[in-house]
Design a protein around this ligand. Structure first.
Ligand SMILES: [Mg+2]
Length: 431
């Protein structure tokens, strides 16, 4: 697609050439339509060190080359066209850039004639602009999930976002109030992994932008309030060969094929390392491994287990032909989430991995009876160490990415560890 022509046809005055760095932050240049032809060919220039890309101030320009297929006119400002871009440097794609990492994983699957389709369920809170409390003071039920009144008090915001998705052709199909006070979820149809990753990145930006328009603030922080259910980002996964879903098998256990179970076996085998990507912040570990919330359940996993239509395990098989990965949270980088799942799953196929036995028990109530269930990492540092030690996963995602990610995230952990908390003072002053 010729972007200059698209600008003329659609009334686009500016393009936002955007890429997600290793921490998931969207970095962008706002480019007038008059300059887009050159940018489409050569990319928009960035100083890589200024973003989370593990570069130095001495590195040459990063050129973000927009993918025209990703073009989205901002529904709340259609004169701006958003474009997901791939960072390049010195004539080559930046190996550690998340979108480049995902495309490499997609290519590895394509080499076997396979393509992953995925849908994400992004939970978020609507909070006060200063971030201190949920925005709706009347939203106080102990079990607030699906609360009709609390949902409808946010009708204007939720429908503005849903209308936007309808217009963009994402096929949204439901919106609800989630299990925490102030928490919502909006669902749209699954798509090929790269399409969903681009939409996921854009969705987070859109929700924050539209909330702001309404005098609110939206957050995808995994656990913004300690007593309330955290924000997950469940992913529903299937694998396709051309038009055929190869996870579907009507004769298979719960309607899943042997290939699907091998893929699940791969995700389970690499879960500790995967956690560093799908639960990438210090705060992420306050959602998983959490104490029971005021609603009665955390809805997040603690163990590396799978079950049928049962929400107490890391993987749920809700239906024939797909599984739900329940580990990821709102902080997950949209590209690394999919790349990690695909990398782990493909290893499952390569090694014909056995996922072990399915558990059909309430893991929250009876988890202690399963003595051989592996536990998820308890904090970001443990997850990073597990990731660094998982050479299958680090090789699948590329050494340049894996080294950069572990380095930058370990720096983040160290910054946190140096932070003196009130809890320490309260519990240690009188030691
Ligand atoms: Mg949910």
């Amino acid at each position: 697609m010729d972007l200059a022509a698209a600008a003329r046809e659609r009334g686009i005055k500016y393009f936002l050439i955007s890429f997600a760095d290793l921490f998931g932050t969207l970095r962008a240049k706002l480019v007038p339509a008059a300059a887009i032809a050159q940018m489409q060919a050569e990319g928009a220039g960035f100083a890589g060190f200024a973003a989370w890309l593990d570069m130095t101030p001495a590195d040459p320009d990063v050129m973000a080359i927009p993918d025209p297929d990703s073009l989205i006119q901002l529904p709340w400002k259609p004169e701006v066209g958003w474009l997901a871009a791939d960072p390049w440097m010195a004539g080559k794609p930046v190996e550690q850039a998340p979108r480049v990492v995902l495309k490499r994983a997609i290519d590895a699957a394509a080499a076997q004639g396979l393509a992953m389709q995925t849908g994400v369920e992004c939970e978020f809170f609507l909070i006060s602009p200063d971030g201190s409390a949920i925005a709706d003071a009347a939203d106080r039920q102990a079990k607030p999930c699906y609360d009709q009144s609390a949902l409808m008090r946010r009708y204007d915001v939720i429908t503005e976002i849903c209308d936007a998705m309808l217009e963009l052709g994402w096929h949204p199909y439901q919106n609800d109030h989630e299990d925490a006070n102030g928490q919502f979820e909006m669902n749209w149809r699954y798509a090929p992994a790269l399409v969903t990753a681009d939409r996921h990145a854009f969705f987070k930006y859109m929700v924050k932008s539209i909330a702001e328009k309404h005098g609110l603030r939206a957050t995808f922080m995994p656990k913004p309030f300690v007593d309330l259910t955290g924000s997950g980002c469940h992913a529903h996964v299937s694998l396709w060969r051309a038009e055929q879903n190869v996870f579907a098998d009507p004769t298979g256990e719960l309607g899943l094929s042997g290939l699907a179970y091998q893929f699940i076996g791969g995700v389970l085998a690499h879960a500790e390392g995967l956690c560093a990507l799908t639960n990438p912040t210090v705060n992420s570990f306050k959602r998983i491994n959490a104490a029971v919330t005021t609603s009665g359940a955390t809805w997040s996993p603690n163990t590396i287990t799978y079950g049928g239509n049962n929400r107490t395990h890391m993987i749920r098989i809700p239906d024939a032909g797909r599984f739900e990965f329940r580990l990821a949270d709102g902080a997950a980088n949209p590209y690394l989430l999919q790349a990690g799942l695909l990398g782990a799953g493909l290893d499952g196929l390569a090694g014909r991995r056995d996922p072990g036995r399915r558990l059909d028990i309430d893991m929250y109530a009876l988890g202690h009876t399963v003595t051989d269930a592996r536990r998820l990492p308890l904090n970001l540092l443990d997850a990073l160490r597990a990731f660094a030690a998982d050479t299958t996963l680090t090789t699948a995602l590329g050494a340049a990415f894996s080294d950069a990610y572990v380095k930058l995230k370990t720096q983040e952990w160290n910054a946190y560890a140096r932070h003196l908390t009130q809890w320490e003072r309260d519990t240690t002053l009188d030691c």
